[in-house]
Design a protein. Structure first.
Lengths: 193, 175
C-alpha cells in the first residue's frame, strides 16, 4: 500500500489520549475477634467488599461478579484495617472511609445509606428503616437489602434488628451469623431488649 | 570439583509466569488502544470492553501456559468480545458520495473517508488491517489474535487493502 494510504490509515485510527484505569480491587485478609476478615479496596480508594464468611475463592468470585479484577495487595487496605482494628478495640465509633455502593440496586443503596446513619451503640429495626424510606410495609425488603450489604461493619447492618428489638437475622442466615451480630453489638455496648 | 553455592539461585530455562498485575501494567494501554480503534474511537465502549477483557483474562490466567504470548492472548480475548458485543456500532453503510471518485479531495477529507470506508469492511478484515497497518504487528501475532492461520491473516489484510485500493484508486495513483 502506498505511503499516502498508510499515513491516512494511521491518522484515521489515532491512538486514544490515554487508557482509563481498570476497575481493580486490591484485597487482603486480617484477623479479628469475629474471625478472618477479607477486605477489598478499589483503585479509586473506596472500600468495595468486606466478608467474614466467604472462602478465599468465594471472595475472589464475588469481586469478579462486582466487575472488579482482584489483585492481592496489602498496602491499599491499610486505612480500612487500621480503622477496623480500632473499632474492634472499642476505640472507633465512626468510620472515615468512602465505600463503593455503585454496584448495588437503588433500593438496597437507599437502605444502606439510611443504615449508615444509625450511630455507634444505637439500633433501629427493619420496619424503622422502611418507615424512614417512606415504605413502612417493606420491612422484609429492607432485611433482604441488608443481606446484600457488600461492606458490613463499615455500613453497620448489624445495628438493624427485628421488631421489638429482637436480634433478627445476619449474614444471609449463616449458622454463626447471629453470634457475630451479638458480638458486634456487644463491642458497641448497644442496649438490646 | 567445583560445588555450586547453596545460596545461588538455580538457573533454569523454564519460563517464569508473570503476575496478572504485571500483565495489566504491560498490556492494558495496548489492549485499550486496539479496542478504541476497533470501536472507531468510541472511548466508552472501548473502556467497557477493556475491563471485560481483563476480567475474562483473570479467570483463564491460571490455565495459561507460562510461555504463552500474553499480548496476542489478551488481544484475542478483546477481539472476540468486540465481535460478540451488541453495543458495537453496526457496520456502516458506505455514503453515496464515496462511491464516485472525487478529484478535489484534501488530505483531511481523505483521512476521514478512509476511516469511514474501513468501517464497512468485515470485522476480521478491519481488525487485521488495524493490527498490520496501524499497529505494525507481525502476521504470526495477527493470526493468534484472529484465531486463524498466518496465511488467513495475510489474506484478510490483503483483502482489506485490495478493497481500499479499489475504492481509492485515483488517490492511490496520485500518491
Amino acid at each position: 500500500m502506498a505511503d499516502v494510504f498508510e499515513e491516512a490509515l494511521r491518522e484515521a485510527f489515532p491512538a486514544p489520549p490515554s487508557a482509563p484505569p481498570l476497575r481493580v480491587a486490591y484485597w487482603d485478609e486480617m484477623d479479628s475477634p469475629i474471625g478472618t476478615l477479607r477486605l477489598a479496596t478499589g483503585e479509586d480508594g473506596r472500600v468495595r467488599l468486606i466478608s467474614f464468611w466467604r472462602s478465599e475463592g468465594g471472595f475472589v468470585d464475588e469481586l469478579l461478579s462486582l466487575g472488579s479484577i482482584p489483585i492481592r495487595d496489602k498496602r491499599h487496605n491499610d486505612a480500612l484495617k487500621r480503622q477496623l482494628d480500632e473499632f474492634f478495640e472499642g476505640r472507633r465509633r465512626r468510620f472515615e472511609l468512602d465505600v463503593d455502593l455503585s454496584r448495588v440496586a437503588p433500593f438496597t443503596r437507599a437502605v444502606l445509606e439510611t443504615t449508615a446513619r444509625v450511630p455507634f451503640g444505637g439500633w433501629d429495626t427493619y420496619g424503622g428503616i422502611a418507615a424512614k424510606l417512606g415504605v413502612p410495609r417493606a420491612a422484609r425488603a429492607v432485611g433482604n437489602a441488608l443481606g446484600a450489604n457488600p461492606v458490613p461493619i463499615v455500613v453497620p447492618c448489624h445495628r438493624i434488628l427485628a421488631a421489638g428489638g429482637k436480634i433478627g437475622g445476619y449474614a444471609r442466615g449463616l449458622s454463626y451469623g447471629l453470634d457475630i451480630k451479638r458480638k458486634l453489638l456487644g463491642i458497641e455496648g448497644a442496649a438490646l431488649v | 570439583m567445583p560445588v555450586a553455592s547453596a545460596s545461588r539461585p538455580e538457573v533454569t530455562d523454564a519460563p517464569v509466569a508473570p503476575s496478572f498485575e504485571s500483565l495489566i501494567e504491560l498490556y492494558q494501554p495496548a489492549v485499550y488502544r486496539f479496542l478504541y480503534r476497533l470501536c472507531l474511537g468510541n472511548g466508552h465502549d472501548a473502556e467497557d470492553l477493556c475491563q471485560e477483557t481483563f476480567l475474562r483474562a483473570f479467570r483463564a490466567f491460571g490455565s495459561l501456559p507460562p510461555d504463552a504470548h500474553h499480548r496476542a492472548w489478551l488481544y484475542r480475548i478483546a477481539y472476540n468480545l468486540f465481535l460478540n458485543g451488541r453495543r458495537r456500532p453496526p457496520m456502516a453503510e458506505l455514503p453515496e458520495d464515496l462511491a464516485g471518485q472525487q478529484h478535489d479531495r484534501d488530505a483531511a477529507e481523505l483521512v476521514g473517508e478512509i476511516g469511514q470506508f474501513v468501517t464497512t469492511l468485515p470485522p476480521k478484515q478491519r481488525a487485521a488491517l488495524i493490527l498490520r497497518h496501524v499497529e505494525g504487528r507481525e502476521y504470526c501475532e495477527i493470526a493468534g489474535v484472529l484465531g486463524c492461520s498466518e496465511d488467513a491473516a495475510r489474506a484478510n489484510v490483503f483483502q482489506a487493502v485490495k478493497k481500499i485500493r479499489a475504492r481509492f484508486a485515483k488517490e492511490y495513483a496520485d500518491g
